[in-house]
Ligand binder design. Structure first.
Ligand SMILES: Cc1cc2nc3c(=O)[nH]c(=O)nc-3n(C[C@H](O)[C@H](O)[C@H](O)COP(=O)(O)O)c2cc1C
Length: 181
């Protein structure tokens, strides 16, 4: 399945980015993951939505062509990071490229609740009329204290989470197949 992965953190050494890269390797063959970063997306402005900047056009085109979407993001101040909200706002207007798109999410933080509040709000946004994406039910990949999950080589190494990720990825593949049938 060909999916676009959106990384919610702009940080160079982001844990969430490293998990997205880990997943790209681990699920090669099941998921063909194109990872998108939000660093170059300008701020959403209604005045620009009919003819948005090139970076927005390219971003939306990739989302439009994807069979599914994975969002891997930290929690900022008990919510979704501003850059991710900005990207979703662009996607919600004009050609609404996320409508009926199957989406699943993974979130890692260095705190104890592993992005639970961010993911609750992300579900709410994805369900807004302009976005109207379909979210994988019942699978919440919450990764707390992520700073402890990497081995000496810097590879993601929390075996319990990896096992759960395997299950969620298979669940996502089976669920999205039903949607497309
Ligand atoms: C602006 C800001 C707000 C944050 N708010 C939260 C928060 O609400 N909950 C939480 O668990 N961690 C919070 N953190 C800590 C992040 O979990 C931590 O910085 C994490 O490494 C960010 O993910 P990244 O490594 O992918 O950039 C915050 C960090 C920043 C920079």
């Amino acid at each position: 399945m060909q999916i676009v992965t959106i990384v919610g953190s702009l940080r160079k050494d982001s844990y969430n980015k490293r998990i997205a890269l880990f997943m790209q390797e681990r699920y090669r063959g099941k998921l063909d993951m194109d990872i998108l970063y939000l660093n170059n997306l300008p701020l959403f402005n209604v005045d620009m939505e009919d003819d948005p900047p090139e970076a927005v056009k390219e971003f939306k085109e990739k989302i439009r062509n994807a069979e599914g979407i994975l969002i891997v993001s930290p929690e900022y101040n008990h919510s979704i990071p501003g850059g991710l909200k900005n990207a979703l706002d662009w996607c919600s207007r004009g050609d609404r490229v996320l409508v009926k798109k199957p989406v699943f999410m993974v979130g890692a933080s260095d705190g104890n609740v592993g992005t639970a509040r961010m993911q609750g709000q992300l579900h709410q946004i994805l369900n807004a009329p302009g976005v109207a994406a379909l979210t994988l039910p019942g699978n919440h990949v919450l990764i707390p204290n992520v700073q402890n999950d990497f081995d000496e080589s810097g590879d993601y190494a929390n075996q319990r989470t990896i096992k759960y990720l395997d299950k969620v990825v298979d669940g996502f593949l089976a669920w999205s197949k039903q949607i497309y049938c």
